[in-house]
Design a protein around this ligand. Sequence first.
Ligand SMILES: [Zn+2]
Ligand SMILES: [Zn+2]
Length: 215
Amino acid sequence: MTCDFSLEHYRALLDAAAAGGYRFAGFDTPPAPGVVILRHDVDLSLDAAVALAEVEAEAGAWSTWFLMTRSVFYNLGSSAGERAIARLRELGGRIAHHAVWPDVDLDDRFEPVVAWHNPDPEYMTAPIDGATNVMVSPWFDPEHYRSDSNQHWRHGCPHEQLARGEFEWLQLLTHPEIWAFDGATMRESMESFLDADRAARLEHLRADRIDLGWS
Ligand SMILES: [Zn+2]
Ligand SMILES: [Zn+2]
Protein backbone atom coordinates (compact mmCIF):
# COMPACT_ATOMS: atom_id res chain seq x y z
CA MET A 1 0.00 0.00 0.00
CA THR A 2 1.32 3.46 -0.91
CA CYS A 3 1.14 5.91 1.94
CA ASP A 4 0.16 8.94 -0.11
CA PHE A 5 -2.09 11.80 0.93
CA SER A 6 -5.26 10.98 -0.98
CA LEU A 7 -8.87 10.30 -0.04
CA GLU A 8 -8.21 6.64 -0.93
CA HIS A 9 -5.43 6.38 1.62
CA TYR A 10 -7.45 8.30 4.18
CA ARG A 11 -10.10 5.62 3.74
CA ALA A 12 -7.37 2.97 4.20
CA LEU A 13 -6.39 4.59 7.50
CA LEU A 14 -9.99 4.40 8.71
CA ASP A 15 -10.26 0.78 7.60
CA ALA A 16 -6.99 0.02 9.37
CA ALA A 17 -8.42 1.46 12.60
CA ALA A 18 -11.49 -0.74 12.20
CA ALA A 19 -9.30 -3.79 11.48
CA GLY A 20 -7.32 -3.03 14.63
CA GLY A 21 -10.54 -3.16 16.65
CA TYR A 22 -10.60 0.54 17.52
CA ARG A 23 -13.74 2.56 18.11
CA PHE A 24 -14.02 6.30 17.53
CA ALA A 25 -14.34 8.86 20.29
CA GLY A 26 -14.38 12.60 20.87
CA PHE A 27 -12.99 14.96 23.47
CA ASP A 28 -15.93 14.79 25.90
CA THR A 29 -14.49 11.91 27.93
CA PRO A 30 -10.86 11.03 28.75
CA PRO A 31 -9.35 8.68 26.16
CA ALA A 32 -10.03 5.04 27.01
CA PRO A 33 -8.02 2.05 25.79
CA GLY A 34 -9.09 1.06 22.28
CA VAL A 35 -10.25 4.46 21.05
CA VAL A 36 -9.09 6.56 18.14
CA ILE A 37 -9.88 10.25 18.46
CA LEU A 38 -9.97 11.67 14.95
CA ARG A 39 -9.20 15.37 14.99
CA HIS A 40 -9.11 17.67 11.98
CA ASP A 41 -7.72 21.18 12.05
CA VAL A 42 -9.38 22.93 9.13
CA ASP A 43 -6.90 25.58 8.05
CA LEU A 44 -7.83 26.35 4.45
CA SER A 45 -10.95 24.77 3.05
CA LEU A 46 -14.38 23.79 4.32
CA ASP A 47 -14.99 21.93 1.05
CA ALA A 48 -11.99 19.72 1.81
CA ALA A 49 -13.41 19.07 5.30
CA VAL A 50 -16.75 17.99 3.85
CA ALA A 51 -14.98 15.74 1.31
CA LEU A 52 -13.17 13.94 4.14
CA ALA A 53 -16.34 13.75 6.21
CA GLU A 54 -18.09 11.96 3.34
CA VAL A 55 -15.30 9.36 3.33
CA GLU A 56 -15.62 8.92 7.09
CA ALA A 57 -19.38 8.45 6.93
CA GLU A 58 -18.94 5.77 4.24
CA ALA A 59 -16.39 4.02 6.45
CA GLY A 60 -18.59 4.19 9.55
CA ALA A 61 -16.21 6.65 11.22
CA TRP A 62 -16.70 10.08 12.73
CA SER A 63 -14.48 12.84 14.00
CA THR A 64 -14.19 16.25 15.60
CA TRP A 65 -13.78 19.18 13.20
CA PHE A 66 -11.84 22.17 14.50
CA LEU A 67 -13.07 25.20 12.58
CA MET A 68 -11.66 28.72 12.54
CA THR A 69 -13.55 31.93 13.19
CA ARG A 70 -10.57 34.05 12.18
CA SER A 71 -9.37 32.31 9.06
CA VAL A 72 -8.07 34.39 6.17
CA PHE A 73 -9.16 31.55 3.85
CA TYR A 74 -12.82 30.89 4.71
CA ASN A 75 -15.75 32.51 6.44
CA LEU A 76 -17.69 30.30 8.81
CA GLY A 77 -20.46 32.91 9.01
CA SER A 78 -21.12 32.93 5.26
CA SER A 79 -23.91 30.83 3.77
CA ALA A 80 -21.25 28.40 2.50
CA GLY A 81 -19.81 28.23 6.02
CA GLU A 82 -23.17 27.51 7.59
CA ARG A 83 -23.87 24.83 4.98
CA ALA A 84 -20.52 23.19 5.70
CA ILE A 85 -21.18 23.06 9.47
CA ALA A 86 -24.62 21.57 8.86
CA ARG A 87 -23.20 18.93 6.51
CA LEU A 88 -20.38 17.98 8.89
CA ARG A 89 -22.93 17.48 11.66
CA GLU A 90 -25.25 15.56 9.36
CA LEU A 91 -22.39 13.17 8.57
CA GLY A 92 -21.90 12.50 12.28
CA GLY A 93 -19.13 14.98 13.03
CA ARG A 94 -18.69 17.19 16.06
CA ILE A 95 -17.74 20.85 15.76
CA ALA A 96 -14.98 22.36 17.87
CA HIS A 97 -12.87 25.50 17.68
CA HIS A 98 -9.54 26.03 15.88
CA ALA A 99 -8.52 29.24 17.61
CA VAL A 100 -5.90 31.85 16.75
CA TRP A 101 -4.06 32.81 19.90
CA PRO A 102 -5.01 34.60 22.12
CA ASP A 103 -8.64 34.77 20.94
CA VAL A 104 -11.10 32.04 21.88
CA ASP A 105 -14.44 32.63 20.15
CA LEU A 106 -16.45 29.78 21.62
CA ASP A 107 -20.13 30.28 20.84
CA ASP A 108 -23.03 27.90 20.46
CA ARG A 109 -21.70 26.55 17.16
CA PHE A 110 -18.90 24.81 19.05
CA GLU A 111 -18.31 22.22 21.69
CA PRO A 112 -16.09 23.69 24.44
CA VAL A 113 -12.98 22.16 22.90
CA VAL A 114 -10.08 24.18 21.49
CA ALA A 115 -7.07 23.43 19.28
CA TRP A 116 -4.75 26.38 18.73
CA HIS A 117 -3.70 27.14 15.15
CA ASN A 118 0.10 26.98 14.75
CA PRO A 119 0.71 27.25 18.50
CA ASP A 120 3.92 28.49 20.04
CA PRO A 121 5.35 26.31 22.83
CA GLU A 122 4.65 29.07 25.41
CA TYR A 123 0.88 28.57 25.33
CA MET A 124 0.40 25.26 23.51
CA THR A 125 -0.25 23.28 26.68
CA ALA A 126 -1.70 26.06 28.83
CA PRO A 127 -5.15 25.46 30.28
CA ILE A 128 -8.00 27.39 28.64
CA ASP A 129 -10.81 28.83 30.76
CA GLY A 130 -14.05 26.96 30.16
CA ALA A 131 -12.67 24.71 27.43
CA THR A 132 -10.66 21.56 26.84
CA ASN A 133 -7.24 22.18 25.28
CA VAL A 134 -6.63 19.14 23.05
CA MET A 135 -2.87 19.32 23.60
CA VAL A 136 -3.14 18.78 27.35
CA SER A 137 -3.21 15.49 29.28
CA PRO A 138 -5.20 13.23 29.26
CA TRP A 139 -6.06 14.06 25.63
CA PHE A 140 -2.50 14.53 24.56
CA ASP A 141 0.47 12.32 25.10
CA PRO A 142 3.35 12.05 22.59
CA GLU A 143 3.10 8.25 22.55
CA HIS A 144 -0.59 8.44 21.70
CA TYR A 145 -0.49 11.15 19.06
CA ARG A 146 0.16 11.28 15.32
CA SER A 147 -0.10 14.25 12.97
CA ASP A 148 0.20 14.69 9.19
CA SER A 149 1.67 18.22 9.23
CA ASN A 150 2.69 19.40 5.75
CA GLN A 151 2.43 15.86 4.36
CA HIS A 152 4.98 14.64 6.83
CA TRP A 153 4.30 12.00 9.48
CA ARG A 154 7.02 12.46 12.06
CA HIS A 155 6.79 8.77 13.01
CA GLY A 156 5.61 7.37 9.69
CA CYS A 157 2.08 6.75 8.46
CA PRO A 158 0.21 5.02 11.30
CA HIS A 159 -1.94 2.72 9.15
CA GLU A 160 0.03 -0.48 9.85
CA GLN A 161 0.24 0.14 13.59
CA LEU A 162 -3.50 0.86 13.63
CA ALA A 163 -4.28 -2.34 11.73
CA ARG A 164 -2.18 -4.31 14.23
CA GLY A 165 -3.83 -2.60 17.18
CA GLU A 166 -0.46 -1.36 18.48
CA PHE A 167 -1.65 1.90 19.97
CA GLU A 168 -3.32 1.70 23.35
CA TRP A 169 -5.31 4.70 22.12
CA LEU A 170 -4.55 7.43 19.59
CA GLN A 171 -5.31 11.08 18.90
CA LEU A 172 -4.89 11.31 15.13
CA LEU A 173 -4.67 14.85 13.73
CA THR A 174 -5.14 15.31 10.00
CA HIS A 175 -5.56 18.43 7.89
CA PRO A 176 -8.29 17.85 5.27
CA GLU A 177 -6.66 20.04 2.59
CA ILE A 178 -3.66 17.74 2.47
CA TRP A 179 -5.85 14.76 1.59
CA ALA A 180 -8.69 16.22 -0.45
CA PHE A 181 -6.64 18.09 -3.06
CA ASP A 182 -4.57 16.15 -5.58
CA GLY A 183 -0.81 16.38 -5.45
CA ALA A 184 2.25 14.26 -4.82
CA THR A 185 3.86 17.05 -2.81
CA MET A 186 2.58 19.72 -0.45
CA ARG A 187 3.27 22.31 -3.16
CA GLU A 188 1.22 20.37 -5.72
CA SER A 189 -1.68 19.87 -3.29
CA MET A 190 -1.66 23.60 -2.56
CA GLU A 191 -1.68 24.39 -6.30
CA SER A 192 -4.78 22.16 -6.59
CA PHE A 193 -6.33 24.02 -3.67
CA LEU A 194 -5.60 27.37 -5.34
CA ASP A 195 -7.14 26.19 -8.63
CA ALA A 196 -10.31 25.07 -6.81
CA ASP A 197 -10.37 28.29 -4.80
CA ARG A 198 -10.16 30.40 -7.95
CA ALA A 199 -13.04 28.49 -9.53
CA ALA A 200 -15.13 28.91 -6.36
CA ARG A 201 -14.38 32.63 -6.22
CA LEU A 202 -15.44 33.09 -9.84
CA GLU A 203 -18.76 31.53 -8.86
CA HIS A 204 -19.01 33.91 -5.89
CA LEU A 205 -18.39 36.85 -8.23
CA ARG A 206 -21.11 35.65 -10.55
CA ALA A 207 -23.51 35.13 -7.61
CA ASP A 208 -22.63 38.63 -6.41
CA ARG A 209 -23.82 40.01 -9.77
CA ILE A 210 -20.37 41.20 -10.73
CA ASP A 211 -20.20 41.85 -14.45
CA LEU A 212 -17.55 39.45 -15.68
CA GLY A 213 -18.02 40.49 -19.28
CA TRP A 214 -19.23 37.02 -20.18
CA SER A 215 -22.67 36.07 -21.24
ZN1 LIG B 1 -0.22 4.51 5.24
ZN1 LIG C 1 -4.25 25.15 11.99
